[in-house]
Design a protein around this ligand. Structure first.
Ligand SMILES: [Mg+2]
Length: 169
């Protein structure tokens, strides 16, 4: 097992991941990062696109579960608005939150994927757990902090095993 933060698949944005992509691979549980994956920082209202995507996933029988490093109220706010259970302060790349979510959903490693926008937290967490790692492009790249981090993650983004849609890096 590799502990390099190289994703199994890269998508441009969360809603580009379609339920059929996951079901074809036997994935029944999708662990979700929130900040800059589901919603940019500073926004607490899911977009209509995200609401439709969540609905599509649920209708296809994919369980969703937030595993967020956020210590504040955002995980509970999005949990309530989208009816998705959550674990906050997960400490990714620690395995703790992801393993707890898998246990609560009674899903095995082979049935679980984690999607997030950061190589060193989200992808590395998935690799350490032995589950499928899916990387998306951060929603907000305007702030210098996010842009610099994205730049340093580029080699790992480019190395992602599968690239889908507009996600060329
Ligand atoms: Mg994030």
């Amino acid at each position: 097992m590799s502990f390099l933060p190289i994703a199994d698949a890269a998508f441009y944005k969360l809603s580009d991941i379609r339920p059929e992509y996951l079901t074809r691979r036997g994935i029944r549980l999708l662990l979700l990062d929130i900040d800059n994956t589901l919603s940019p920082y500073g926004t607490e209202e899911p977009t209509d696109e995200i609401k439709a995507w969540v609905s599509d996933m649920k209708n296809a029988g994919i369980k969703l579960f937030f595993v967020s490093n956020n210590h504040g109220e955002r995980p509970s706010i999005f949990s309530e608005k989208l009816d998705i259970p959550y674990i906050k302060s997960a400490g990714k790349p620690s395995r703790r939150g992801a393993l707890a979510a898998m246990e609560r959903c009674a899903c095995s490693k082979n049935e679980t994927a984690l999607v997030g926008d950061q190589s060193y937290t989200d992808v590395l967490c998935a690799k350490r757990c032995g589950i499928t790692a899916i990387l998306v492009r951060p929603i907000d790249l305007k702030s210098p902090h996010f842009a610099v981090r994205y730049f340093f993650e580029l080699p790992f983004r480019i190395a992602a095993k599968e690239k889908h849609g507009r996600c060329k890096r």
